[in-house]
Design a protein around this ligand. Sequence first.
Ligand code: DC
Length: 207
Amino acid sequence: MIIAIDGPAASGKGTLGKRLADHFGLAHLDTGLLYRAVARALIDQGTPLTDRDAATLAATRLDAAHLDESRLRGAEMGEAASVISAYQPVRDALLAFQRQFAAQAPGAVLDGRDIGTVVCPHADVKLFITASPEERARRRHNELLKRGENNAFETILADIRRRDERDISRATAPLRAADDAITLDTTHLDADASFEAALKLVLTKIR
Ligand code: DC
């Protein structure tokens, strides 16, 4: 079984993806980490994010075994990942790995921006997780505080709006719900209620 989860930044899709994967005994891939790792490679080399060729090379050489570094989840990498993810050759270079991951037995949960539309168009279940920008900024603010990053709420909200705009308006694989995706708005749901609602949707779909 393949579950595809898409949605905007800080919508809670990563947490949901992990919980659904644990529930069904499936592997889980947060595909945002792949783009964040490409961005990290450029930043560590001192290469500008505008260098498409360097970004493509970094994507080709990406070692997916090193995606657990805490630094990848910081605000800087999220913003940088949003920039390099707009380059089609970078997306092409990361596609095979994501599809191989999805093809493993007994199945997988992948979350990102284009899982239901591009990476796994034949997924058994497609969820589109969303929440208001203000609620996503509030969650991201709390998350970053836990990591020791004390950014102003207004700055985070502005970052989220900018990232939404960039992810939605890019020419290649823009963020959008697949035609056959089920949308879940978690603005008024906490993590447990979001999981229960998502689980119900998945069970309805696969029964
Ligand atoms: O989900 P995230 O915040 O970790 O993603 C970081 C950026 O990576 C996001 O702004 C856009 C990009 N991304 C993408 O283009 N496609 C994906 N499947 C996942 C992430």
